[in-house]
Write a protein that binds this ligand. Structure first.
Ligand code: ATP
Length: 337
C-alpha cells in the first residue's frame, strides 16, 4: 500500500528542532505534586561506536497523576526501554527522570509502581495464590492477596499451577501481582499480547476500574485501536524519539481521508496525483484506484469535473492507515495541545 503521510497533524507544533524553549525552561514543563512521571532530555544508548543503538533519544515527557497514557510505536521504537528506565531497571545515559517526584528505583522500592511486563518472573511449580503470597511476603505493605486476585479477575484460577495457566491467565497473575502494593503508577508493556479477543476485552475492563480508582496508567502497545479504546492520551515513539503527544481524538483525527474510484483516464492516476501536488498518494487495489489526501472534497471535485474517474467513495483513514502515517519516516513531529 502506498499512501501519503499528512504534511501536518492538526494542532501540531513544529518539530522540536525548530522551536527552542526559553533559556532555562524545562522542555517537559515544570514538575509539580501532581506529576507522576517527569522526563527531561532522557537518552539511553546501548553499546558504543559504530554499533551503538540509541534506544531512547532525547525524550521530554510529563504525565500527570490519574492520566491513562498509551505509549505507541512500531517495533524497536524504544517503548520497552523507556518503561525499563521508569522502573529503574536501567539508568539514562543522560537526562533526568523522576517518578512520583523521586528517583525511579526509590518509587519502585516503596511499592508506588506496579508493572505488567511481557515476560519472565513466574515460577511454574507454584500455584497462582502461592506466587501471590510469596511476592506479598517481600513487600513492606500490601493489600490482601485475595483482594488483588479478585480485582485482577484471577480469583477463579488461584489454585492453579502457573505452568497450567494460559498466556492470558499468566498476564492476569502478573496484573494481580502489580496491584498488590496499591501502586500509584501502573506500567504495562503490551499487557494483552497473546490474549484472545474476549480476554483482551475483560482485561481492559478490569484495568479501566483500576484507573477509576485514581491510578496513573501507562501502557505500551502496537495497536492504535487499543490506545484509542482505552487511553486518553497517546505518546507515539519512533526510533527512540517522541514524535507525537496529544489527546487520543486529536491524534487519530489526522484529517487524512481516502478517495477510491474507478479510473477512466486519459493519463495515469500517478500523473494526476503529481498535478494535484499529491505525488505519493496513489494506491491500486482490486481494480480500483485509491488516493489519499486531506482535502478530499477538492480531489473528488477535480476527478469528477475532469471526467478522469467515476464511482467515487470517500472514507476516513482506518486506524491502521493512521498508524502507518504517524510512524512513517516523513511524518511530522509535534505535540498536540
Ligand atoms: N540491551 C540492549 N542492548 C542493545 N540494544 C538494545 C537493548 N535493548 C534494546 N535494544 C535496542 O533498542 C531499540 C529499542 O528497543 P525496545 O525494545 O525498547 O523497542 P520497543 O519499542 O519496545 O519494541 P517492540 O515493540 O518490538 O517491543 C531496538 O533497536 C533494540 O534492538
Amino acid at each position: 500500500m502506498n499512501t501519503t503521510a499528512p504534511s501536518t497533524v492538526p494542532g501540531t507544533v513544529p518539530p522540536s528542532g525548530q522551536r527552542s524553549p526559553a533559556a532555562g525552561a524545562d522542555p517537559a514543563g515544570p514538575e509539580t505534586a501532581a506529576t507522576a512521571l517527569h522526563a527531561t532530555g532522557v537518552h539511553r544508548q546501548f553499546g558504543s561506536g559504530a554499533g551503538a543503538v540509541r534506544a531512547v533519544n532525547g525524550v521530554d515527557l510529563q504525565i500527570q497523576r490519574g492520566e491513562i497514557v498509551a505509549l505507541l510505536g512500531p517495533n524497536g521504537a524504544g517503548k520497552t526501554t523507556f518503561l525499563d528506565l521508569v522502573l529503574g531497571f536501567t539508568a539514562p545515559t543522560s537526562g533526568s527522570l523522576t517518578v512520583l517526584g523521586m528517583p525511579p528505583k526509590q518509587a519502585v522500592l516503596e511499592g508506588r509502581v506496579g508493572a505488567v511486563l511481557q515476560t519472565g518472573g513466574l515460577l511454574s511449580d507454584l500455584t497462582v495464590k502461592e506466587t501471590m503470597s510469596m511476592v506479598a511476603a517481600c513487600q513492606p505493605r500490601h493489600i490482601p492477596v485475595e483482594t488483588a486476585l479478585e480485582r485482577a479477575g484471577a480469583a477463579q484460577i488461584a489454585g492453579r499451577k502457573v505452568r497450567k495457566c494460559s498466556g492470558g491467565e499468566q498476564q492476569r497473575l502478573r496484573f494481580a501481582l502489580a496491584l498488590l502494593t496499591e501502586p500509584d503508577l501502573l506500567l504495562l508493556d503490551e499487557p494483552t499480547a497473546g490474549m484472545d479477543v474476549r480476554a483482551r476485552k475483560e482485561f481492559w475492563e478490569t484495568m479501566q476500574a483500576e484507573a477509576e480508582r485514581g491510578r496513573t496508567v501507562v501502557f505500551a502497545t502496537h495497536f492504535l485501536q487499543e490506545a484509542s479504546d482505552f487511553a486518553d492520551r497517546i505518546v507515539l515513539m519512533r526510533a527512540g524519539r517522541k514524535v507525537v503527544d496529544g489527546p487520543v481524538d486529536e491524534v487519530i483525527d489526522t484529517g487524512h481521508r481516502t478517495v477510491s474510484c474507478v479510473w477512466d483516464g486519459p493519463g495515469t492516476p500517478e500523473e494526476a496525483a503529481v498535478k494535484l501536488g499529491l505525488p505519493d498518494a496513489v494506491a491500486h487495489q482490486n481494480g480500483r484506484v485509491r488516493f489519499t489526501a486531506q482535502d478530499t472534497d477538492r480531489l473528488a471535485g477535480f476527478l469528477l469535473s475532469t471526467g478522469l474517474a467515476h464511482d467515487l467513495t470517500i472514507a476516513a483513514a482506518s486506524l491502521d492507515e493512521v498508524f502507518l502515517d504517524l510512524t512513517s519516516d516523513d511524518a511530522t513531529e509535534g505535540t498536540l495541545t
